[in-house]
Design a protein around this ligand. Structure first.
Ligand SMILES: Nc1nc2c(ncn2[C@@H]2O[C@H](COP(=O)(O)OP(=O)(O)OP(=O)(O)O)[C@@H](O)[C@H]2O)c(=O)[nH]1
Ligand SMILES: [K+]
Ligand SMILES: [Mg+2]
Length: 445
């Protein structure tokens, strides 16, 4: 016989509300309310509670009992705890999206005892009530912010628990390692065969290797999340601004025959190979006495150093002496002169922005580069500096544990590694970072 679950269970947090849909003209606006006492609020506005998780068309009043102030007729969804996004009693009102309707309903909710939600508060509550862990909450924020296929896929897999499963798997293994280490501490080594300690060290080394592999992913998850940056660099008049304009499909930067036209770096985002790419057009690199142009050159060098990739551009008939490491070499104006096929073993893309020759080949080269920078094998990639820091901390402690012979000290390092893994999923010691994580959300999520 199974014991029926209670209809709803109190979670102790005051009711909050927010618009879950965006501003601007729309047919429907969804107002979400969550927290203890949400049922009473819904009863006050609509006079009743609809059956759980079943859409019901109900009239809403400032006070349904007195029939005072009819606010709207809305589709209402009632989600009793724990089967809701937050894990709390909550409900949704699908309102007619007029600003006057929304503000009247918001006023009525305040009058009924709810307060406006903070950014990310619904998801924070979902985390607090154990509905999701911290990596899943971050995945939700990323999914809401996703603009490209690659971002969407990565965020969704994180929401579905890919990172969470990986990190929990490590924590489970470390828990067993720790228990074995405790046994070694409790029973002097003469009582235990040496294989026990050897096996334990092998386990620590294996876990350490996996975390190291996870960390040496070339930052692909972080890159997909924030997008890649490619700088176009080269001498004045190579056609850098012309190439930017071609890539973004509009006249974004000034093109002229005057060498030194571009001074400020011009950054424009496009989507290439399903990935967000910010293209940065920079000032032509040359010695100059003009202080404004010199500042432009300094900024160009900064972008070359801090981008994920460089498109090194030059004119046909004016090949450079050296190529930047890993740069895509592009020779422009092949309508005027032939391009070299390679420079120092690096293949060169010959193009003419004027005639269009070679441009589709160049674009394919760029897409290949983008894929190479974001492709990876094996498990899900970490997607935030926070993940990297905690995984690095775990690795540092595991490496220390491998070096230490004294069981108590090894045990201490293993416990530190355990803490670092717990922080990844938000199980331990994360109070100080919650504001940062959830503060990045929009209001209403
Ligand atoms: N013949 C020919 N001229 C081109 C081609 N592409 C660009 N140009 C011309 O080359 C000149 C310089 O182009 P820009 O795009 O301003 O060059 P840039 O590298 O941005 O120059 P700076 O900003 O001064 O460093 C302009 O007059 C363009 O019209 C091409 O494929 N063939
Ligand atoms: K120019
Ligand atoms: Mg330019």
């Amino acid at each position: 016989m199974s014991i029926p679950l209670p209809d709803s269970r109190p979670t102790g947090l005051e009711p909050v509300f927010a618009l879950a849909t965006g501003n601007g003209r729309a047919a429907i606006a969804i107002m979400r309310v969550s927290g203890e006492g949400s049922g009473d609020i819904l009863r006050k506005l609509s006079g009743k509670l609809p059956p759980p998780r079943r859409a019901a068309l109900l009239g809403l009043w400032r006070d349904a009992a007195s029939g005072e102030d009819h606010l709207d007729d809305a589709l209402v969804l009632w989600f009793p705890s724990p089967n809701s996004y937050t894990g709390e009693d909550s409900f949704e009102l699908h309102l007619h999206a007029g600003p006057a309707v929304i503000s009247a309903v918001a006023d009525a909710l305040v009058e009924a005892g709810a307060r406006p939600a903070e950014p990310g508060e619904f998801t924070r509550r979902a985390f607090m009530h154990g509905r999701i862990d911290l990596t899943e909450a971050e995945g939700i924020a990323d999914l809401i912010a996703s603009e490209t296929e690659a971002q969407r896929r990565q965020a969704l897999s994180q929401v579905d628990g890919a990172l969470s499963t990986l990190y929990r798997g490590w924590a489970d293994r470390l828990r067993i390692i720790l228990a074995q280490q405790e046994a070694l501490i409790d029973f002097p080594d003469e009582d235990l065969p040496p294989e026990v300690e050897e096996g334990l060290l092998a386990e620590i080394a294996a876990l350490n290797d996996e975390i190291t592999t996870h960390l040496s992913d070339g930052n692909r998850g972080e890159r997909i999340r924030r997008g890649l940056v490619f700088a176009i660099a080269g001498p004045p008049n190579a056609g850098k601004s012309s190439l930017l304009n071609w890539l973004v499909g509009r006249d974004a930067a000034i093109v002229s025959s005057v060498a030194g036209t571009t001074r400020d770096a011009i950054e424009i985002a496009i989507v290439l190979a399903g990935t967000k790419i910010t293209i940065v057009d920079t000032a032509g690199l040359r010695e100059t006495t003009d202080p404004v142009e010199a500042e432009g050159v300094r900024r160009a060098m900064f972008h070359v150093e801090h981008s994920d990739g460089v498109i090194q551009m030059f004119e046909a008939g004016d090949a450079p002496d050296f190529l930047l490491p890993d740069a895509i070499a592009v020779c422009n104006k092949i309508d005027l002169h032939p391009a070299p096929a390679v420079i120092r073993d690096t293949p060169v893309s010959g193009i003419s922005i004027r005639t269009g020759e070679g441009l589709s080949h160049f674009q394919a080269t760029l897409e290949t580069k983008v894929r190479a920078l974001t492709a990876g094998s094996g498990g899900p990639p970490l997607t935030r500096a926070r993940h990297r820091a905690a995984a690095e901390e775990a690795r540092t402690s595991l490496e220390a544990a491998l070096r230490l012979d004294w069981p108590e000290m090894r045990g201490e390092e293993l416990r530190l590694a355990m803490r670092a893994l717990g922080r990844l999923t938000g199980e331990v010691g994360v109070e100080d970072i919650l504001d940062t994580v959830f503060g990045q959300f929009c209001i209403g999520k």
